[in-house]
Design a protein. Sequence first.
Length: 139
Amino acid sequence: MTQGAVPAPARADTAQTTLAAETTLPAPAFRQIIQDQMKAFRQGDAAGAFSFATRTLQQLYQTPEIFIGMVRQGYLPVYRPKSVSFGRMKETEQGPVQEVYVTGPDGEDWLALYSFEQQDDGTWKISGCMLTKSPALGV
């Protein structure tokens, strides 16, 4: 089962999780951005979670409350994961994509493909998340 792209916000005020442009894509930094957004989800910090999304996603969802509601309804495995494991980071024609294996709150396994987009200021933000059902991964 495939679900639509999930906007994951980018936080301009958090230097550790916002990346400047580099010649090679730093997979550990992309992972940190995802972990920081998931932490914001756990803490009920809608504004914090929203801040990791690109401006385009922020314009689409308009407010942190609308964004967090969409994530709660359509992306529960990344909103409330039981476990998280990182796979490969791939460069695609659309930009970098980080594989994230999650086990949802119901014990079901999922593959979340987080895409990133470089912003005008050189930072990287989450431009979407495609969530697909995954066979048992033992994560």
